[in-house]
Design a protein around this ligand. Sequence first.
Ligand code: ADP
Length: 595
Amino acid sequence: MEKKNEKSLKKICAVVRVLFSTAARRYPWFFVLEAVQMLVQAAQPFLGIFITPLLVDELCGRRDIRTLAGYVAVLIVGEMMLNLLYERLSTVLQMYQQRLEDYFTMQTGLHSMGLDFQMTEDKKVLDQLEKAQTGMSWYSGGAYGVAEQVFGFFRNILKMSGLVTVIAMHAPMLLVVILAYVALNALSVSARNKVELEAYGRLAQSNRLFGYFGWQLVDFRFGKDIRLYDARRMLVGRWQQYTRKSSDTWKWQAQKTYPYNLFSGGMALLRSLATYFYAGLLVIRGAFSIGIFTQMISTAGELDNTLNGLVWNVLNLAKRCNYAYEYVLFMEYPEVIPKGDVPVAAGEHRIEFRNVAFAYPGTDKKVLDGVNITVEPGEHLSVVGLNGAGKTTFIKLLCRLYDPTEGEILMDGRNIKEYDYKEYMAQFAPVFQDFRLFGFSIGENITFGGEGQEALERLLKLVELDDMVGKLEKGADTRIFKMFEEDGIEPSGGEQQKLAIARALYKKAPVIILDEPTAALDPIAEYEIYRQFHTLVGEKTAFYISHRLSSCRFCDRIAVFSGGKIAEYGSHDELVQIPDGIYAGMFEAQAQYYR
Ligand code: ADP
C-alpha cells in the first residue's frame, strides 16, 4: 500500500513538474489568474458564516432595523462582488483550456514525428501514444484538468483552516464527527477510483481499434475497396465489436461503482443528523445562541464539503496524474538509435554493407543475413528479388530507419552510426512504396515550403505533370485531396507517384532511392521516367527497387536478393548469362509479355 502511494506521489510530482514547467513558461497568466481565483473562492463562504449568526441574533434580540439592514447590505454586496470577480476570472481561464489542450496536442505530435522510425512500427509505442493522447485530454483534462485539482487542493486547505478554527471556538466535538465521516468516505472514493483506473487500462486498446475501424469507415481513400469487396459489413461488424467491448467496460465500471456511491450518500445523511443533534443540544443547554447554532450548522456543512473536496482533489489529482503520466512516459521515450556527431562530408559517398544481418525487433527471423555489397559514388544499383526477399529492409537499414543486428554499414569508410543522424538522413531522398502525399498544395508537397518556383516547374515538366498542372486554375497552388478545399484534386495513382518522385528530386540529396515507386505507372510512362531520371540523377548515387526488370538495364549493377542474401550480383548483361540464374529466369518470364 505504501509503495503504491509512493508511486502515485512520484507520478503526481512528475506530471505537475512537466505540465506546469512547460505550460507556465508559455502561459504564465493562466497560473496567476488561477491563484487569484483560488483566493476568491476560498473567501466566498466566510462572508455568510460570519454575517448570518449576527443577523439571526439581531433578529432574535434587539431587532434594530439599521443594524439589520447593515448586515444584509454587507452580505449581499460582498457576495455579489466576489461572484462577479469569480465569474470574470472563470471566463478568462476557460479560454486557456483549449489553448493548453492544443499546446500539449502539438507537443505530442511533434514528439511522435521525431521518434526513431522503428518505434512507429512497434505496437507498444502505438499503444503508448494512444494512452498519452487520451490520458492528456479525455481522461485527465490535460494540464487544465490537473491545474484545477492542484489549485482546488490549496483552496480547500485554506478554507479548511478557517472553518476548523470557527468550529473549534464553539463546538470542537463536531470536528470528530466530521473527520470520521470524511475518513470513511475517502475509503469509498478511493475504491471507486481503483475501478475507474482499471477500466481506463481496458479501454486504451479497444479505443485504438475502434478508432481505426471508425476512421477507415469514413476515409474516402478506402472507398473503392470497401465498395467493390463489400468490406462494409465486415468493417461495421468489427467496429461494432470494439464499440461493444468499450461500452461493456463502461457498464462494468458503472455497476462496480454503484455500491460505493450509495455508501457515500448514506454516510452524508448520518453526519448531518449527528451535527443537528449535537449543536441543538448545546443550544438547549445554553452553551451558545441560535445565531451560533446556525453558524455551526453551516460551517459544519461547509467543512464537510471542503474536506470531501480535499479528498476528491487528492484522489482526483492522483487519478488524473496517473492518466497524464502516460504523456510524460511517451515524451520520455528514449532514442533507440544511437546518434553520432561526426559531420558528413559534402559530395558523393561510397557505401558498403559488411556482413550485415538483421531481424526486426521482437522477432528471431533473420530477414537479411550476411549481406556484403559496395556501392561506389555515382553508381546506380538495381535491387531485385521476389516479394519478401528483404529489398525494402535493405533500404531501411541504409537510411538508418533501423540498425543492423550484426555487421556494419559504412559510408566513406566510417560506420554510419558515427555520423550526425540528421546530416546522415539528409544524404538520402527516398520514394518508398507507401509514400504519402499531404493535404497541401501540389507545390508544397514537392518543396515543403522551400524556395524555387523555377525548380518546381522544371521538376513538374520532368515527371510529365506540367500539362496536368497547367490545366488547373490555381496551377501548382491547387490543393491535393478535398480535405480542406472543395476544388482540391484527387490525383491518380500514377500522378501521385510522379509527385513523390519530384519531391525526392527536389531534396537535392546525393543518394536517390526509388523503392518500387513506379508500380502504378504504365510500362511506357515507367520507361520514360527511368530514362529521364537517369539523366537527372546523373552523377548521384541511386538505388532502384523495381519489379519491372526492363528498368534494370539503366543501372550499372544489379543485386538480386534471395533468402536474405545477395544471391547474384553484376550487370544486366552478365546476369542474363547465368544458366538457371534467378535474374535470368525472372527476366525471361517478364520479357515474354513485351515481345
Ligand atoms: P521486399 O521489399 O523484398 O518485398 P521486405 O524487406 O519488405 O521485402 O520484407 C522482408 C521480410 O521482413 C518479410 O518477410 C516481411 O514480412 C518482414 N517484415 C517487413 N517489415 C517488418 C516489420 N516491421 N516487422 C516484422 N517483419 C517485417
